[in-house]
Design a protein around this ligand. Structure first.
Ligand SMILES: Cc1cc2nc3c(=O)[nH]c(=O)nc-3n(C[C@H](O)[C@H](O)[C@H](O)COP(=O)(O)O)c2cc1C
Length: 576
């Protein structure tokens, strides 16, 4: 995918220097930024992280090789002495850590650590945690760093995690699928659904379950996507559509498309660079990434990748420990993020059965809001253990006292709550049901947008308050396209209020439909997770390229030249 298509940030900072690259570039790009702290670790874990549960040898980093040579450090024999005792020591990235005091604080529960005591757990740790999770002040206070490990090849072999026949078979399956995909190339992916199909065999069963899962019977997840089929276009013809510009502004930030990367946790489960792929891909294509509170890369790692002027949003889960929550909000403020998406639809985690079936093999990220998890719970529950279930509208005011960054509420699912968000002084909302991952059989997100149009049109910009389909005014003046479809009888809003929507968006036509109905922009979660899993940063760029061409095509074929010309009269909503 060429960055020439996307001028916004790419040309400013990275220029058009990118050349067509092999699919392996996702890994190779780690070497592109030698200043990144990520690099040293990423080379070593690249292959195992792809395979997720791989027990392939982790190469020693240079510091460790030196200690082996000088004989200084913690001998393997010391580690092995703890196999049967009460102390729990593990090796991560060549260093020995005492986890005994940390066990009950671990977001993923104590079992996963205890079961692997006195082993090198780097292959389990790397795909789930920020690379700098154990550096300096990031080291949890209850974890003790003992020192670098030293040992002979045979001793190091002894402390490697044991791999089951099932896991070996999975590694083989992934290897074969990747080889098959690389023979075909990224050009074989021509739409967002293709990314999902290609990603499935490339992912570990755990990563696939985590990404694809949704609440209960996954009815809302499916409905989110199919809802777009009930909105049909009413294209206008003979409109001079040679020119087309799909760029727009989201919360006052330039965006090459009316699409943003919805915040989604644990991108490293799919690719060793994880969310860094998303930051880079968003930067080079000029779209906006919303970073999850539970990202598997650290906030500072992503900020390091940010291009000059690149807008970034941050998704906030408010921790029940308000001191911790305030600390995170101050970090967001200091990071100069362009908007906060305060997630409100997950006071507790949904029941995601694909996750639950794999329980015991997964741990939540150590960053974000995750807290100690109850070991009877599954994957997603670990993610939500720290989230304050008592968060309420009053708390928006509290967040406001800590930062001036625009605040949006993510997870609004009724017109009543859209109005409450406006009255609470929020700068916007994201209509979302978390991709169907929370309360199953909740209405598809698109229905909420239609409900807002029906009952609170004043929350939309004036030109989107009209009815869909042919209006009396339009028929009286059919040449009109860019003027308002309906007179603005309601009057202006008292403060900025933008409406975004996510869930089930797979096509450029879905995006254009949401915009015709009054949304300012559209978020995509799984689609970008799959894209980065398939081909790292280049996968993200390829996905943006697909969306861009589909969105531009839809804008033109509906009879417009730019986003601001899209109108309710260009669509009709089929009655159920
Ligand atoms: C694997 C995964 C992890 C997610 N993690 C978060 C998260 O940490 N915070 C959040 O607000 N939403 C999270 N979401 C929800 C997304 O932000 C978004 O609402 C949803 O993915 C949109 O649906 P789509 O995947 O059909 O595009 C996650 C979604 C997925 C699929």
């Amino acid at each position: 995918m060429s960055s020439r298509l996307f001028s916004t940030f790419a040309s400013r900072a990275r220029g058009a220097a990118k050349t067509a690259a092999p699919l392996r570039r996702g890994i190779a790009t780690a070497a592109r930024k030698p200043q990144s702290r990520w690099v040293a670790g990423s080379i070593a874990v690249a292959v195992p992280a792809y395979l997720f549960l791989s027990r392939e040898p982790i190469r020693l980093d240079s510091a460790k090789v030196q200690t082996v040579a000088t004989g200084k450090g913690v001998p393997v024999s010391e580690l092995l002495k703890r196999v049967d005792g009460p102390e729990v020591w593990v090796v991560i990235n060549g260093n020995v850590y005492d986890m005994t005091e940390f066990l009950d604080d671990h977001p993923g529960g104590r079992d996963v650590i205890v079961a692997n005591k006195s082993h090198d757990v780097t292959p389990l740790f790397a795909p789930r945690h920020p690379t700098n999770q154990l550096d300096g002040e990031n080291l949890p206070p209850s974890v003790k760093k003992i020192g670098p490990l030293v040992g002979t090849e045979e001793e190091l072999e002894e402390i490697k995690l044991k791999i089951s026949a099932e896991q070996l078979a999975e590694e083989e399956r992934i290897r074969t699928a990747r080889a098959e995909f690389e023979a075909k190339g990224l050009g074989s992916v021509i739409n967002m659904a293709d990314f999902e199909k290609v990603a499935e065999p490339l992912l570990s069963s755990l990563a696939w379950a985590y990404y694809a899962s949704a609440g209960d019977d996954e009815i809302t997840k499916i409905a989110n996507a199919t809802a777009y089929q009930k909105v049909l276009f009413r294209p206008r013809v003979l409109r001079k559509v040679a020119e087309c510009d799909a760029s727009t502004e989201l919360m006052g930030c330039p965006s090459s498309l009316p699409v943003f990367i919805a915040p989604a946790a644990m991108a490293k489960l799919g690719h060793p660079l994880g969310e860094i792929n998303l930051t880079r891909g968003a930067g080079s294509t000029g779209i906006i990434q919303a970073i999850s509170s539970n990202a598997s890369c650290g906030m500072d790692e992503m900020l390091e990748e940010r291009l000059p002027g690149q807008p970034l949003f941050y998704q906030l889960y408010v921790n029940r420990d308000r001191a911790k929550a305030a600390e995170l909000i101050k970090k967001i403020d200091a990071g100069k993020f362009d908007a906060i998406m305060l997630t409100a639809d997950a006071p507790v985690g949904g029941k995601r059965e694909r996750d639950l079936r794999l329980k015991g093999e997964f741990e939540g990220p150590a960053g974000g809001v995750s807290e100690k998890s109850d070991d009877t719970q599954g994957v997603s529950q670990a993610m939500f253990a720290g989230v304050d279930p008592n968060l309420c509208w009053e708390d928006i005011k509290w967040v406001r006292t800590l930062t001036n960054i625009p605040i949006m509420v993510k997870g609004v699912q009724t017109v009543e709550d859209a109005q409450m968000a406006y009255e609470a002084g929020c700068d916007g909302i994201i209509i979302s049901n978390h991709g169907g991952r929370q309360l199953d059989t909740t209405r598809p997100a698109l229905d909420v947008l239609l409900e807002i149009r029906q009952w609170a049109p004043h929350l939309l910009r004036p030109e989107f308050r009209g009815s869909t389909g042919a209006s009396r005014e339009l028929l009286a003046d059919p040449k009109r396209l860019t003027a308002k479809d309906e007179p603005d009888a309601i009057g202006p809003l008292q403060h900025r209020f933008e409406i975004f929507i996510d869930g089930g968006v797979k096509r450029g036509t879905d995006v254009v439909k949401a915009l015709c109905l009054g949304a300012n922009g559209v978020g995509i979660g799984r689609g970008f997770l799959f894209a980065q899993s398939v081909a790292g940063e280049e996968g993200v760029e390829h996905a943006v390229g697909i969306l861009k061409s589909e969105i531009e095509l839809a804008i033109r074929l509906v009879g417009a030249n730019k986003v601001s010309e899209l109108r309710p009269s260009m669509v009709e909503v089929k009655k159920d």
